[in-house]
Ligand binder design. Structure first.
Ligand code: HEM
Length: 180
């Protein structure tokens, strides 16, 4: 096997696009909240962020399922073993944060509670999380911190992918690209 499956490639790019939107929404809505602008627009931004974040969590559960079922394609011989192991470690960290960040957001909105998203739709409360505003604020602080850590790792991941595409030209980038 030389490439990721179509489902794995589709999920990868859907999560990537969703992440870009989640950072924009997250920074925009918290800036408005910081300026005490609690109007329909701010509520819509929060609602979209929560709905899209929950969708990313569902997509990540699917990605874990497919990752466990279908092993990743092997690297070409030109990739040194140390680089391959570093890439694997990086991917494991990305998966861990892509699960932890939305889980913390969900736990935070359960504790607050602020489960409403868009069109009046409420997320289910996270099982086992009690209502406690102090706890919610701690969960949101950790959510923000890990979201920025994830953002830094994603930038490294993009840089490494571009090195393969532009300088090494060894096909590693293409195996995750949607088109064949
Ligand atoms: C991978 C998914 C997610 C990413 C990358 C992400 C990213 C972010 C970012 C960058 C911020 C701004 C942090 C700051 O300015 O300090 C934020 C805030 C927030 N996120 Fe997320 N988020 C995700 C998923 C979720 C989910 C699933 C929920 C809830 C269901 C959620 C709820 C919130 C809330 C309520 C805030 C505002 C916290 C506050 O006011 O302190 N997020 N998120």
């Amino acid at each position: 096997m030389t490439s990721y499956s179509l489902v794995q490639r589709a999920l990868h790019w859907l999560v990537a696009l969703s992440l870009a939107a989640l950072y924009l929404l997250g920074l925009w809505m918290t800036t408005r909240a910081g300026a005490n602008l609690w109007d329909d627009q701010t509520n819509l931004l929060y609602g979209l962020h929560k709905a899209l974040g929950a969708t990313v969590l569902l997509m990540m559960v699917l990605r874990v399922f497919f990752k466990l079922r279908t092993p990743a394609p092997g690297y070409p011989a030109s990739v040194a073993p140390a680089i391959a192991w570093t890439a694997k470690l990086m991917h494991a960290l990305l998966y861990a944060l892509l699960l932890a960040v939305p889980l913390l957001g969900w736990a935070g909105v359960t504790a607050y509670p602020a489960l409403i998203t868009i069109s009046g739709y409420h997320l289910p409360p996270m099982p086992g999380v009690v209502q406690n505003e102090t706890l919610a604020k701690q969960l949101f602080a950790l959510h923000g911190l890990l979201a920025f850590t994830l953002g830094a790792l994603v930038l490294c991941h993009i840089a490494a992918a571009l090195v393969h595409l532009v300088f090494k030209r060894d096909g590693v980038f293409e195996r995750m690209w949607p088109a064949k």
